[in-house]
Design a protein around this ligand. Structure first.
Ligand code: FDA
Length: 581
């Protein structure tokens, strides 16, 4: 022990939350050190569905192309199948992740990006590489041991796992992104609701080329209903594509109340053959592990100078594909605030808004994911197979083909149960509709008004707290998403031609308060045009009004009209938002 490494922000963990935080902070020029316990990034595919908001973040950070290059594209993710086995009978399909033509419109109108599939084993190296290239220090095989806070910073004890050498890192702020069993969160005493290990589950990764059985119904997920498939796990058996169509991951449950299964290669091979319905297959098993399904979210996310992000604050099954996405979004929310405080243009009180904004998101996604897993019960009931085994289950499944009242009842119940699965696979409102209420938002008392189901449908709005709506802007040679004009490194004021006086106001406020703030005037002959006239319909303020967008693309404040003294009005708004009044 002895040497002390100094940094502005220390991040514990290099998963989606930690690596995204390192990239965001490095992008903003903050001195950042990221430590991680293992010698490299995730060693199993884990999270994979990457939704529009996460893709927008990658776009904003300039890595969208790299992610797309390693991802399975949108066109191949969505023909989700329910079956008795991959080679067996198909029970039905559902278009997922916004691939049904009518839903695809909702998804395309709401974002410049579409949902893709990139396993964590591919995503994490992209995040880590870019973070390091932009200046973050990354220390592998380095374990967090404990921390002590004082008025000026945090002293963190770490161990180099190669040499056993223990040393200290002194940081102004710490982010605990150390996963579902976060030691950082435990050490700072964060509070939680819910329970861990409510169901038993296992992952089996394997290689087998089964293109002939799947490439006509391309999907990331093939759900298998077989005896035992509703015991534990995530609703039913799952064959998940890792790489099309020869690398796969099976999720299979077990009864958490009993002793854990003795999972070995032979058992893994048996499960693969059963779920694929290919008794003679010789799969190459590449890994297997047991894991617990959790239903737990943090109600506090910060203690002093230490914050937690990612699975450290939300622990839930993979249903709805929200784990890694929400972790990346936590990081994106927190990093610009830390930068603003460290760079001296915001008061430390800005940091309180992280918990106010992200704790409700944690609760919402944990609740939604667990509900989605349970809703597989509707499907089992519709098919009348609850608790049945072997021949009995096969007979009950066969009955859905019968020209009998019971067969007809089953078919009708199946239609309804499949409809419910939209709440897992097309929950656009949950995926995109994060609305913030905090000291970093100046509410005008409005909220986006859902006209349809709030979980399924996203409503675009400029109500302060909502995410900036998507519109295409540009001119005869360029086309940008509106979000591209509001980059992460600054605040952006959007206005129209009769609001041009806001430009001088914003320049004066930027210089007075020393904040990165620029104005974009949207209109013919100006910086960009509203190419499809969408922004005019979405902005919800007069052309001469203004919408103030935070670095993370949430609307912080808006003015319906141009006031007599826009500089004074804007200065008061910005100073309030940054805790500088
Ligand atoms: P994550 O767990 O990814 O990373 C934690 C980091 O902290 C690691 O880098 C680790 O090395 C580090 N760390 C931990 N303790 C440390 C210490 N003391 N010192 C230093 N570093 C430390 N989700 C999904 O949507 N679909 C899926 O199919 C799956 N499948 C799945 C399988 C398995 C086996 C797991 C464990 C998880 C999943 N998940 C999942 C969940 C998904 O992986 C998860 O939501 C994200 O990885 C969360 O990202 P975080 O960055 O928060 O933690």
């Amino acid at each position: 022990r002895g040497s002390v490494v100094e940094t502005d922000v220390l991040i514990v963990g290099s998963g989606p939350a930690g690596a995204a935080a390192a990239l965001c902070l490095a992008e903003l020029g903050v001195a950042t050190t990221m430590i991680t316990k293992y010698r490299w990034t995730a060693n199993t595919p884990r999270a994979h569905i990457t939704n529009q908001r996460a893709m927008e973040i990658f776009r904003d950070l300039g890595i969208e192309d790299q992610v797309l290059a390693d991802a399975t594209p949108h066109e191949l993710v969505g023909d989700t199948v329910f079956c008795t086995s991959i080679a067996g009978e198909e029970i039905g399909r559902i278009h997922t992740w916004g691939t049904r033509p009518d839903r695809e419109g909702d998804y395309r109108l709401a974002s410049p990006c579409l949902t893709v599939d990139i396993p964590q084993t591919y995503l994490e190296p992209i995040l880590v590489r870019n973070a390091a290239q932009r200046g973050a220090h990354v220390r592998f095989s380095t374990e967090y041991l404990g921390l002590v806070q004082d008025d000026d910073g945090v002293t963190v004890d770490v161990r180099d796992r190669l040499t056993g050498h223990e040393y200290q890192i002194r940081a102004t702020y710490v982010i605990g992104a150390d996963g579902a069993r976060s030691k950082v969160a435990a050490d700072i005493g964060l509070t939680y609701e819910g329970a861990m290990d409510i169901a038993g589950s296992m992952n089996i990764t394997f290689k087998a080329d089964i293109a002939a059985l799947v490439d006509h119904r391309p999907s990331v997920l093939y759900w298998v209903i077989q005896p035992g498939s509703n015991v534990g796990g995530i609703g039913t058996g799952l064959v998940r594509m890792v790489r099309p169509w020869d690398e796969w991951l099976i999720v299979w449950g077990y009864d958490i109340a009993g002793p854990p299964p003795e999972l070995d290669e032979e058992m893994a091979e048996g499960i693969v053959r059963d779920l694929l319905g290919m008794p003679d297959l010789e799969p190459e098993i590449t890994g297997f592990s047991l894991w617990g399904v959790n239903e737990m979210y943090a109600t506090t996310l910060q203690q002093g100078r230490v914050f937690a992000a990612g699975d450290a604050i939300h622990r839930h099954p993979p249903s709805n594909g929200l784990g890694s996405n929400t972790s990346v979004q936590d990081a994106y929310n927190l990093a610009w605030k830390l930068a603003a405080v460290l760079q001296g243009y915001a008061a430390p009180s800005l940091l309180d808004s992280y918990e106010a904004e992200r704790a409700p998101v944690a609760q919402r996604i944990v609740t939604r994911a667990n509900r989605s897993a349970r809703e597989f019960g509707d499907l089992f009931e519709a098919l009348g197979v609850v608790g049945l085994q072997g021949e009995e289950m096969a007979a009950a499944l066969e009955e859905r083909k019968a020209a009998t009242p019971e067969g007809a009842r089953k078919r009708a119940a199946l239609v309804k149960a499949m409809e419910t699965k939209n709440y897992e696979f097309n929950a656009h409102g949950v995926e995109l509709g994060q609305f913030y209420e905090s000291g970093a938002i100046l509410s005008d008392g409005t909220r986006p008004a859902p006209s349809r189901d709030a979980d399924l449908y996203h409503v675009m709005s400029t109500s302060p707290g909502a995410h900036l709506p998507h519109a295409w802007v540009g001119d005869n040679v360029t086309k940008h998403a509106l979000m591209d004009l509001a980059p992460y490194a600054r605040w952006t004021l959007l206005t129209g031609i009769t609001g041009e006086a806001w430009s001088d106001a914003a320049a004066a406020v930027a210089s007075d308060l020393g904040i990165p703030l620029a104005t974009v005037v949207i209109g013919p002959g100006r910086a960009v045009e509203d190419l499809y006239f969408d922004w005019a319909k979405l902005r919800e303020v007069e052309e001469c009004g203004a919408v103030l967008v935070r670095p993370d693309k949430h609307v912080a404040w808006r003015a319906t009209n141009l006031p007599d003294d826009p500089t004074a009005v804007l200065r008061e708004a910005v100073a309030t938002l940054l805790g500088r009044l």
